[in-house]
Design a protein around this ligand. Structure first.
Ligand SMILES: [Zn+2]
Length: 420
C-alpha cells in the first residue's frame, strides 16, 4: 500500500499540470460503463461466413471498393499501420482462420460477441445463412432503382464506370426478383412493378432501412422535378436524366416512410481518388429534410458527414434527420471524432447513433473484423472523450453522461428502428 501511495502521486501531479481539457482522458467510471454497453451498430458491411466449397461472399457492398483506382490512403489505414496489426492480434488471438473453422456459420456472431455489439445493421446486397437476425439486421441498397436508363453517359471517371456497371447488374437482379423481364412502358409501371415491388420485398425480408451510395455516383443535390418531366425522360430515354433520378429517389423515400424503413445516405467523404467530397456534403440534403411531403421519412446521415461534421449539427434540428459516426471511427483518431460527437450531443443527443462501417477493406490484414475492432474501440473512446469534456465543463453530470452513452450506443437506434 505504501509503495502504491509513493508511486501514484507524481503521476497524478504530472497529469494535472500538463493537461488542458484537450489532453484529458476519458473519466474512468464513465469509460467502464461505456465498455459494458451492448451496442447497436448502425452501419456495417459484415462478410457472410461460407462453408468449405461454397463461393466466397461477394455481397457485402453494391459498390465494392476493389474496383477503385489507387488513392492516397489515410495513415491510420495503410498496410502495416500499428493499430491494424494490433486489431488483427486481438481478433480471435490473431488466428481468424482457426476461428472460422471452429465456428463455421456462427463465425460472424462470435465476432460481434468479441466486440460487445449486440446488433449490427448489415448493409449488404443480400443477407443469408451466417448473418442471422436479430444479431444482424438487413439494410439493402436502393441506388440501382434510380437508373432505369443506360448509364454510360453519366459515368465521368474510371471508378464511376465500374460502379455504374455494378448498379446495372443490381437493377437486373431487382427486375428478375420482381418478375419483370423488360423495362416497363411507363414510369408509373416501372415505379409500381419494379421499385415498389423491390422495396416491399426488402421490407418483408426484414430490412430496416434502404441505403443510398449516391455520393459515389452523383451529387446529393436532389431536386424536385415535375412528374411530367420525369415521364418524358423515362419514355424517350433523352433529356435531363438527373430529373428522372430525382423523381425516382423521392418516390423511394416516400415508400420507405410508408413501409417504416429509414433512408440511409453515405453523407461524407468517401473512398477513391475521384470521389467528390463537395458532392457528398450532407448540407446538400437540407431541401429534402425540409420538404413537407417527406417529413415522415427518417433520414440517417452515415459517417457523421466528415469533413462537414460541425455544419451537420444544425441539420439535426430537422425532426427527420439523424447522424451516425461510422467510417470516421477507423479513418480518424478518437480526439477528432469526439469533437463532432460533442457538438451533436450538446444539441440534439437523441439523434446520434454509434456505428462502425466495418468493411473488408484489405483482407486478410484489414478484414471487416479488424475494421470493426478499430471502429468499435475508436467510437467508444470518442464518445467517452466527448462526454468527459461535457462533464468537466459542467454541462452535464456523470449520471447524465452515462445516460447519453446508453442513448448513443443503443437506445436511439432501438427507437428509430422500433427494436425490442
Ligand atoms: Zn458503408
Amino acid at each position: 500500500m505504501l509503495r502504491r501511495g509513493f508511486l501514484f502521486p507524481p503521476i497524478l501531479i504530472l497529469a494535472a499540470c500538463g493537461t488542458s481539457n484537450r489532453d484529458a482522458r476519458v473519466d474512468p467510471q464513465l469509460a467502464a460503463e461505456i465498455a459494458k454497453i451492448q451496442a447497436i451498430d448502425n452501419h456495417a458491411h459484415p462478410v457472410r461466413p461460407t462453408l468449405p466449397g461454397e463461393k466466397p461472399d461477394d455481397e457485402y457492398d453494391a459498390l465494392p471498393v476493389e474496383t477503385l483506382e489507387p488513392q492516397s490512403d489515410p495513415v491510420r489505414n495503410r498496410p502495416g499501420a500499428p493499430e491494424l496489426l494490433d486489431a488483427h492480434k486481438k481478433i480471435f488471438n490473431g488466428d481468424k482462420a482457426a476461428a472460422a473453422k471452429t465456428y463455421g456459420l456462427d463465425y460472424a456472431v462470435h465476432v460481434l460477441d468479441q466486440l460487445n455489439i449486440e446488433t449490427m445493421l448489415a448493409n449488404r446486397v443480400a443477407v443469408g445463412p451466417g448473418l442471422p437476425a436479430p444479431r444482424f439486421l438487413w439494410v439493402p441498397f436502393a441506388d440501382a432503382l434510380m437508373y432505369p436508363l443506360p448509364t454510360a453517359g453519366i459515368a465521368h471517371n474510371p471508378d464511376q464506370k465500374a460502379f455504374f456497371a455494378d448498379e446495372d447488374r443490381l437493377l437486373k437482379r431487382y427486375y428478375a426478383e420482381s418478375g419483370v423481364t423488360a423495362k416497363p412502358a411507363t414510369l408509373d409501371d416501372y415505379l409500381t412493378k419494379v421499385v415498389r415491388a423491390t422495396l416491399e420485398r426488402h421490407k418483408n425480408a426484414g430490412a430496416v432501412a434502404e441505403k443510398f451510395e449516391m455520393a459515389y455516383l452523383r451529387s446529393l443535390d436532389i431536386g424536385d422535378p415535375a412528374k411530367a418531366d420525369a415521364e418524358k425522360v423515362y419514355a424517350s430515354g433523352k433529356g435531363d436524366y438527373k430529373a428522372l433520378q430525382d423523381y425516382i429517389f423521392r418516390f423511394i423515400a416516400s415508400e420507405c416512410a410508408r413501409l417504416g424503413m429509414a433512408v440511409h445516405f453515405h453523407a461524407a467523404a468517401g473512398g477513391g481518388g475521384y470521389f467528390s467530397v463537395a458532392g457528398g456534403s450532407p448540407m446538400l440534403l437540407e431541401p429534402l429534410f425540409n420538404d413537407p411531403s417527406l417529413r415522415k421519412a427518417n433520414f440517417v446521415m452515415l459517417h457523421g458527414g466528415w469533413p462537414y461534421a460541425r455544419q451537420l449539427t444544425a441539420l439535426l434540428t430537422k425532426p427527420n434527420a439523424y447522424v451516425d459516426f461510422s467510417e470516421q471511427t477507423f479513418m480518424n483518431y478518437p480526439r477528432d471524432v469526439s469533437e463532432g460527437i460533442r457538438a451533436w450531443l450538446e444539441y440534439v443527443p437523441e439523434k446520434v447513433l454509434f456505428a462502425t462501417d466495418a468493411y473488408p477493406f484489405a483482407p486478410p490484414d484489414m478484414g471487416w473484423e479488424e475494421a470493426a475492432y478499430l471502429a468499435n474501440w475508436t467510437g467508444r473512446e470518442a464518445l467517452g472523450l466527448a462526454l468527459t469534456g461535457m462533464m468537466r465543463d459542467n454541462e452535464i453530470t456523470r449520471d447524465r453522461a452515462i445516460e447519453l452513452a446508453h442513448m448513443v450506443l443503443r437506445d436511439n437506434a432501438r427507437k428509430l428502428y422500433h427494436l425490442k
